[in-house]
Every structure is written in structure tokens, then in C-alpha cells.
Design a protein around this ligand. Structure first.
Ligand code: PA5
Length: 487
């Protein structure tokens, strides 16, 4: 995809000594701008040097082919296959339900929240431009699953079952429930021609070679879309995992990929001060390891970006929270990402951020403009408690809340940065996804850990399997509850 002008900037002056009250990073540590080439290392500051070393590691990972997400914006064949599959199903469903969890759900949810009008699933078909509603079934909570399956018309629903491994218990269990409901439709004669409804109602997105979903897709001749082997779950939003449901709902996925492509190019810049992902990774790593700011608050001031904050939480936590370093030594490192939402959490978390322990750094996510704004009417102009509001707009208020909060944190010596998009649209959202994914791998290199694996989740999965009676899994004996420790 051809990259266009990049709609994102990262402002980090509130991290810098002389700006951040009473602390901050010595600007000399960035080195002389332009001193980016290895030969010019003597002029570099230590942060620039650290970033160059991290870039070298990331380039070697890329050379080994393990960072497949970087190639997704240019994978025209995969994008075309995704769009063709969506086009083949257009007009055939009123509801799309993504069945998946973790990286197989959070990206689609983030894209839906950011790029479809608010309350999409409550709008009529006309207001949706004929596109389907888009639901996500991730948690196997019976209230949620039964509630959704009970209120949508299954005969007009497409289930996109998404699992890279094809064997995730939460996803498969819900899919088995759905399969039974579809079979019941057939038995009631609601099938159009008595054929199996599976092919009409299920599209599988999964890794190519293994897993139960692949077997199922082959057995029932289901439509299926691949997750490339070198694209990890939490790095898969720009693969069919995120793009297929988005395309069905009418999102301009080509523009999403275009925004992402531009960010790949920008974030390949070896100069730290010209590389937005490098800056995010280097400063958040420093905040954790030198300033003691292990809690990293990602705080969009746009309801549309709430899903992005949850997606980012998973990306940051699962990529960086590791027990072992690349060199085999013990690490037990990683920052704790915390999604927060402006301005709502000014009335919840801000007191703690301002006056609590100095173990936090805030990354605001701001937008420069909005498609829809609401003017605040002039009323009670004689009353100074509201006279300053009348004549302004809700968007202005929200932006002033963000700027005021960033300044208050600065004055309190609390480090913060701002990632700003011109507007929330398909290009900028694609660019944001790519920016944070690249930042996560740079941060992995800075921590000296593998950002693409997640060995820590395996034990819990195996124990769950054992408790559910999965063959081959040892059934664990859980410690008996001790009545002394229950109240
Ligand atoms: O990032 C990851 O790899 C995980 O969060 C996975 O996305 C999650 O565990 C779901 O896995 P799968 O797509 O195999 O069902």
C-alpha cells in the first residue's frame, strides 16, 4: 500500500528535564540530532545508542521472518482475499459475530469502536448503509453468550470463528454451542434448501496447518481465511483477523492498511528523535526502569478509542511481561499497562495519578478534530460557573480537559506524553495500530525479552484443560480450601 502523509505525532516534552517540574530526562541523553549513523556514535547520547542497539535486534528479528505483522500492509494477495470473501457474503447477513479471544478479538473490537458510528448495533439497517451489526463473543460467560444468541436472528447471522491456534478452549466451546444452534435451525426446516447451514453461516479465520478449526473448515468445506504463521495473535489486527469483520461492516480496510504502511516507513528511521515508535518504546522503558514508573496509563480522550486502549493493554502486557531474557537470564520484568479514559477517569484515577506513588507515566491519546461536534448553548451568561462554557463546544471542552490534565501532571512532576492523531479515521487508526505494535517490539528489544511469545499463559491453559477433563492433560489436585482463611 502506498504510504500517505502520516497523521500522527508523539509529543514528549513533559518527560524532559527543564519542562517536567522537578525531574525528567536530561536532553543530552538524546545526543546531537543527526548523529544516527554507527560511525557517529561518539556524538550520541545513551538513549540514542540504546535505541540503535534495539533497532539492530529488531532488524535481526525481521530478517529471521518473525515479525510478519510488518509485512501485512504490503500483502496485497491477503488483503484481496479478505475483501473478496467479505464481498461474497455482502447482503447475506444482518449480524456478524466474531467468536475469538485475546488477540483474536481485541483488534476487531478496537476497529469497530473507532471506525463505525457510535451505537452501531442499535442503528437500523438504513443508517448502517445495509451493513451488518458487529458483535464480539470473547468471554465464555453464559450470560453473554446465551443473551446474544437468544436475541439475534441466527438465520441472518454470520459467525466468524477466529483462532490462530485453532484450539483455544473459550473459542471452541462457544463455537460448539453455535454449531448446535445452527443444526437446530436446519432440523426446524429453516434451512433454505436443506443443505448444511454451516457453510452459509460460518467463516473460519485460523492458522494454515493445524488446530481443530482447520480440520472443521476442511470437513465442512467452510470458507476460511489464513493467519500467517509469522503473525502472532496480538499482532494480527491488520490480518484477516481484524480486517475481515471490519470489511463486512463497511470499514475502509484499504485506508487502514495505507495508514499502517506509512507508519512502518516512519518507524524504520534509525534516528531516535525521528522515530515515533522508537521514542515511545525508549521513553516508556526508561520510565519503568529508571524513573520507577512501572504503571503505564494509556488514556485516550475519545470514546471511539476505548477499544484501542484495551487492545493496547494486551499488546503491552503480553509482549513485555516476561520471566526470562533473550540471553536466558532471569528477567521477571515488564510494565503494567492500565487503560484509562478521559475525561471520565479525571473523576476517578486522576487524584491517584497526581498525588499517589510516583510509579506511573501517562500516555494521552489525543485527536485534533472531530467529524461531529456539539455546540454548548449560551445560557445563564450572568453566572460565572457556566458562562465560560456557553458558545464553546463539547469537543473543545474535552480537549481542554486533556491539555489541562497534562499540564497539571507536568506541574506535579508526573511524566506524561501525548500521541496525537489529526482525526480518528481509517488511516490514522491503521497508523496507531502499527505505531504501538512496532513500539512493543522495540520495547521488547530494550527489555531484552522476546515480545512475540507468551509462555506464561500456558500453565493456566493446561490446568484448565485438566480440570475440564481434556485427554492428555493431568487433572490437577487443587489445594483444599482451608476454613481458617475464609471469612
Ligand atoms: O497474542 C496472543 O497470541 C494471544 O493473546 C492469543 O491471541 C489468544 O490467546 C487467542 O489465541 P488463538 O488465536 O490461538 O485462539
Amino acid at each position: 500500500m502506498p504510504p500517505g502523509p502520516c497523521p500522527i505525532s508523539v509529543r514528549f516534552d513533559n518527560m524532559i528535564a527543564g519542562v517536567l517540574e522537578g525531574g525528567g530526562i536530561d536532553p543530552a541523553r538524546f545526543g546531537a540530532p543527526g548523529a544516527a549513523e554507527p560511525g557517529a556514535a561518539a556524538k550520541e547520547g545513551d538513549l540514542a545508542r540504546r535505541f540503535h542497539e534495539a533497532s539492530r535486534v529488531v532488524r535481526s528479528w525481521r530478517g529471521r521472518g518473525v515479525l510478519g505483522f510488518l509485512d501485512l500492509p504490503d500483502n496485497r494477495a491477503l488483503a484481496a482475499r479478505t475483501l473478496e470473501t467479505a464481498a461474497a457474503l455482502r447482503g447475506r447477513c444482518d449480524n456478524v459475530v466474531v467468536v475469538g479471544i485475546g488477540g483474536s478479538a481485541l483488534g476487531a473490537a478496537a476497529m469497530r469502536d473507532a471506525l463505525l458510528p457510535p451505537g452501531w448495533n442499535e442503528l437500523g439497517a438504513g443508517a448502517r448503509g445495509g451493513h451488518p451489526r458487529l458483535y464480539i463473543l470473547d468471554n465464555p460467560d453464559p450470560d453473554t453468550t446465551a443473551g446474544l444468541l437468544g436475541r439475534i436472528d441466527l438465520s441472518r447471522t454470520l459467525f466468524n470463528v477466529v483462532s490462530k491456534s485453532g484450539s483455544t478452549a473459550e473459542t471452541l466451546a462457544q463455537f460448539l454451542v453455535i454449531r448446535q444452534r445452527l443444526a437446530a435451525l436446519e432440523r426446524r426446516g429453516e434451512a433454505r434448501d436443506g443443505r448444511s447451514r454451516m457453510r452459509d453461516h460460518v467463516v473460519v479465520t485460523t492458522g494454515r496447518d493445524h488446530g481443530f478449526l482447520r480440520r472443521l473448515a476442511d470437513e465442512h468445506d467452510l470458507r476460511s481465511l489464513p493467519v500467517p504463521a509469522n503473525v502472532g495473535g496480538r499482532f494480527s489486527v491488520l490480518s484477516p483477523v481484524g480486517l475481515f469483520p471490519s470489511a463486512l461492516a463497511g470499514i475502509d480496510t484499504a485506508a487502514v492498511l495505507e495508514g499502517a504502511a506509512g507508519m512502518v516507513e516512519r518507524c524504520a528511521n534509525p534516528e531516535l528523535l525521528k522515530n515515533p515508535a522508537g521514542i515511545l518504546a525508549t521513553l516508556l522503558h526508561l520510565a519503568d526502569t529508571e524513573l520507577g514508573a512501572a504503571v503505564q496509563v494509556f488514556m485516550p480522550y475519545a470514546d471511539r478509542l476505548k477499544g484501542l486502549a484495551y487492545w493496547l493493554q494486551q499488546l503491552w502486557a503480553e509482549s513485555l511481561g516476561k520471566a526470562v531474557r533473550l540471553d536466558g537470564t532471569r528477567a521477571e520484568s515488564g510494565p503494567t499497562p492500565l487503560p484509562a479514559f478521559g475525561a471520565v477517569d479525571q473523576h476517578s484515577l486522576l487524584q491517584l495519578l497526581m498525588e499517589g506513588p510516583r510509579d506511573k507515566v501517562v500516555v494521552f491519546i489525543a485527536r485534533g478534530s472531530t467529524d461531529v461536534d456539539v455546540p454548548i448553548p449560551r445560557m445563564n451568561d450572568e453566572d460565572p460557573r457556566v458562562s465560560h462554557l456557553g458558545g464553546r463546544t463539547l469537543f473543545e471542552l474535552l480537549n481542554c480537559e486533556r491539555a489541562g490534565t497534562a499540564e497539571a501532571l507536568r506541574r506535579a512532576g508526573r511524566p506524561n506524553m501525548t500521541v496525537a492523531v489529526d482525526r480518528v479515521d481509517a488511516r490514522s487508526v491503521g497508523a496507531l495500530f502499527m505505531l504501538f505494535q512496532i513500539a512493543a517490539v522495540y520495547a521488547g528489544a530494550l527489555y531484552g525479552v522476546d515480545p512475540t511469545d507468551q509462555p506464561g499463559v500456558e500453565l493456566g491453559k493446561a490446568l484448565t484443560g485438566g480440570l475440564m477433563g481434556r485427554p492428555g492433560c493431568e487433572r490437577p489436585t487443587l489445594p483444599a480450601p482451608d476454613p481458617r482463611w475464609r471469612v
